[in-house]
Ligand binder design. Structure first.
Ligand code: TZP
Length: 205
């Protein structure tokens, strides 16, 4: 089955228009999901940005997931929200989101993964698999742990962290449904080409 290419956004030193254009290029060239991930915006700014990103994802008929913020997910009627260890308990997040929204949960261990699945997660994000400059990561997640997680749950798992075109091979037979990527796409000099090449690499899994 075709693997998911899950774009997680990051804004660098660029205008909002450039940022939105990058997302649009990625959508036009084959990413299958977009997660808007902002850590330092005010609620109002996050909301306004989410509305703009949703116009793009709607145009390409792609799901939009909002990182960390269930309120913003609901406010802009995004498809779902993604939460990490420091956010609300999974059960509570599920209750707030309702049944119809997608709930993604970060899980680095088998215990966290099985609990999250039991508590209502729709999919898991597991990593960081490789070193990453996008997030401070205290401990990387091994491919063996990733495989143990995919074997332990019956919800989809996406791998994240330092994933590049050249590294996609390592996910052969890992049981993942796809990869989540920030900088390899958002920092690419040619995003259209990068996304197409990542898609090609994913076809080999
Ligand atoms: N969670 C684990 S690693 C990571 C997140 C959000 C960042 C991944 O970014 P990149 O640039 O693809 O390494």
């Amino acid at each position: 089955m075709t693997k998911q290419l899950y774009l997680v956004t990051a804004r660098y030193d660029e205008s909002e228009n450039e940022f939105l254009n990058k997302i649009e290029t990625a959508c036009a060239n084959g990413v299958t999901v977009v997660q808007l991930r902002e850590k330092n915006l005010s609620t109002r700014d996050y909301y306004e940005l989410a509305l703009k990103v949703k116009q793009i994802t709607d145009k390409y008929d792609l799901p939009l997931i909002i990182d960390d913020r269930i309120d913003i997910c609901l406010a802009v009627d995004a498809h779902g929200a993604h939460i990490g260890d420091d956010e609300l308990p999974v059960k509570v997040a599920r209750k707030l989101l309702g049944k119809d929204k997608i709930l993604g949960v970060s899980a680095k261990t088998v215990t966290r993964a099985t609990e999250a699945a039991a508590d209502g997660a729709d999919y898991l994000g597991t990593g960081a698999i490789f070193p990453t400059q996008t997030k401070v990561v205290t401990k990387q997640t091994s491919i063996d742990t990733l495989k143990a997680i995919t074997a332990a749950v019956n919800i989809p798992v996406v791998a994240i962290g330092g994933i590049t075109e050249e590294r996609i091979d390592v996910f052969k037979e890992s049981g993942i449904v796809g990869v989540a990527i920030v900088s390899e796409i958002m920092k690419a000099t040619n995003i259209a080409q990068k996304v197409q090449r990542l898609k090609k690499a994913l076809e080999m899994l």
